[in-house]
Write a protein that binds this ligand. Structure first.
Ligand code: R5P
Length: 296
């Protein structure tokens, strides 16, 4: 089995390869002066099963094209089986035509990925809300793994004496907040969210929420601008929480996201390495390695 890491997931690819005692192959990616992407795969892949890792955060369009080109390069070089590992799936939040004239963006991305030469896809905590099952979008098998247990393990080991209550900042986050709470053996509360602008959100509690003396662990799938987490941190503190920790699966971290959340009072902001970032303290490598053992 060979592990190939695209430009967004090179470190993660090395970690997964270590877990599997597999060889890493290099995927070189650069840009032509006009912005087109050039990809070249190095190493012997003929007859081998290959897992190609590439996260689609931050420059999603370039990262997606790089992934499609790398898949074609590996197929062209004669690999036997090709699994696409997409730790962060871009465009999943546009999972409906919210207004007349809009595309179903995740449907378009799913079509591209389903026809790119992969035999199967793995992803992690894909933003599924209106579409409940990733398999409904793709015409090849896709497995949506969850990092909830890894997030809970991180907090349990690092803060064994903390009295946690898990907070989901909006209705969509309940699926992640509830899983982390279950793993921690803690209760959870969910706020509701109204967007006042691209990075401005208002949260409301459903019913009376009292967090007196508790450590609020705010859990969401994505931190983008940090507006949602920051507002949740402020709400948790004003509901009596003693301190606030913020955790996400995908630290996309646009602009000043980290500072926005810290200055709202969160003592700690962490995410996984589904998106490589300075706060990626929780590795999903064991989760991916476990799944690849089953499929490659
Ligand atoms: C959207 O519903 C997601 O689950 C996140 O809550 C959202 O992407 C976070 O965005 P931001 O960090 O910009 O508030």
């Amino acid at each position: 089995m060979l592990i190939a890491g695209g430009s967004q997931s090179r470190e993660l690819a090395k970690k997964v390869a270590r877990h599997l005692e597999a060889k890493v192959i290099d995927v070189m990616c650069s840009k032509f002066p006009d912005g087109e992407i050039y990809v070249r795969v190095f190493g012997e892949v003929g007859g081998e099963g290959v897992a190609l890792l590439q996260s689609l955060a931050r420059s999603p369009n370039d990262n997606l094209v790089e992934l499609l080109l790398a898949a074609d390069a590996l197929r062209g070089a004669g690999c036997r089986d090709l699994i696409g590992v997409i730790p962060y799936m871009a465009y999943a939040r546009q999972d409906a035509r919210f207004n007349p004239g809009e595309p179903l963006s995740i449907g378009v991305v799913a079509k591209l990925l389903s026809n790119a030469g992969f035999s199967r896809l793995l992803t992690v905590d894909m933003h599924l809300h209106r579409v409940k099952n990733a398999a409904d979008l793709f015409s090849i098998p896709i497995v949506n793994l969850t990092a909830a247990k890894l997030i809970a393990d991180f907090f349990r080991k690092r803060y064994p004496d903390e009295s946690f209550i898990v907070v989901g900042p909006d209705e969509e986050s309940e699926q992640w907040a509830s899983k982390v709470a279950r793993e921690l053996g803690a209760d959870y509360v969910i706020f509701t969210k109204e967007r006042a602008g691209p990075s401005e959100v208002r949260l409301k509690a459903i019913g009376e929420v009292k967090l007196d003396g508790k450590t609020a662990l705010v859990v969401d799938d994505i931190i983008s601008t940090g507006g949602t987490m920051a507002e949740a941190a402020r709400k948790a503190l004003s509901a009596g929480a003693e301190k606030v920790f913020a955790a996400c699966v995908h630290p996309v971290l646009v602009g000043q996201a980290y500072q926005t959340i810290s200055s709202a009072g969160a003592e700690l902001v962490v995410g996984t390495d589904s998106v490589e970032s300075p706060i990626s303290k929780i590795s999903i490598a064991p989760l991916l390695a476990g799944a690849l053992r089953l499929y490659l």
